[in-house]
Write a protein that binds this ligand. Sequence first.
Ligand SMILES: Cc1cc2nc3c(=O)[nH]c(=O)nc-3n(C[C@H](O)[C@H](O)[C@H](O)COP(=O)(O)O)c2cc1C
Length: 190
Amino acid sequence: MGKINIGILTGSLRRESYSKKTGLYVAGILPEDFAAEWIDLSGLPLYNQDYDDEGNPPREWQVFRQKIKKMDGFLFVTPEYNRSVTAALKNALDVASRPFGQNAWNGKPGAVISVSPGKLGAFGANHHLRQPMVFLNIPLLQQPEVYLGGIAELFNDRGELTDRGTGEFLQTFADAFARWVRTWVKAAGE
Ligand SMILES: Cc1cc2nc3c(=O)[nH]c(=O)nc-3n(C[C@H](O)[C@H](O)[C@H](O)COP(=O)(O)O)c2cc1C
């Protein structure tokens, strides 16, 4: 049997993004039967329904939609912008949800991690992100919830996670996420 493919989507386009570092860290601790790929959102044009209505979607949308369709599940790592999800991440959800009736996310399992240098761990973004997931039919892992506050103190200058407790917690999360995704992959094959 082939590997279980996970798309890692991170909500910040910043070069030194903690969301990306966190996503890549979790990608590295998933079980061996998983293959995780970080999906770059930086070149994805803003969603404009005209392009779909006219049957002329940008090439970047087409590539992105195909990539999402090939995945078995998704890990979303979101920072918080003004107590909500970033435009980059919401745009990605919108782009792959269309054209109408061709929702590429449909029925694929996912999980949310939120990160912030602040103390609240981007709770607002984490829960705003959960709202469109209901409509997009992305069944989300409920527990453990992951709100990582003080994220700037958890990585060293080389971008390595140095906080042992966070590493252990993320391993617990990764194991639960893997179980969650396997359940849905198995159900999809029945
Ligand atoms: C426009 C903007 C709004 C922000 N709003 C929040 C916020 O509401 N809550 C928060 O915890 N941090 C906020 N921040 C700080 C981000 O958490 C911080 O820049 C973080 O490093 C972004 O994630 P990244 O490291 O993945 O780029 C904001 C940053 C920007 C640029």
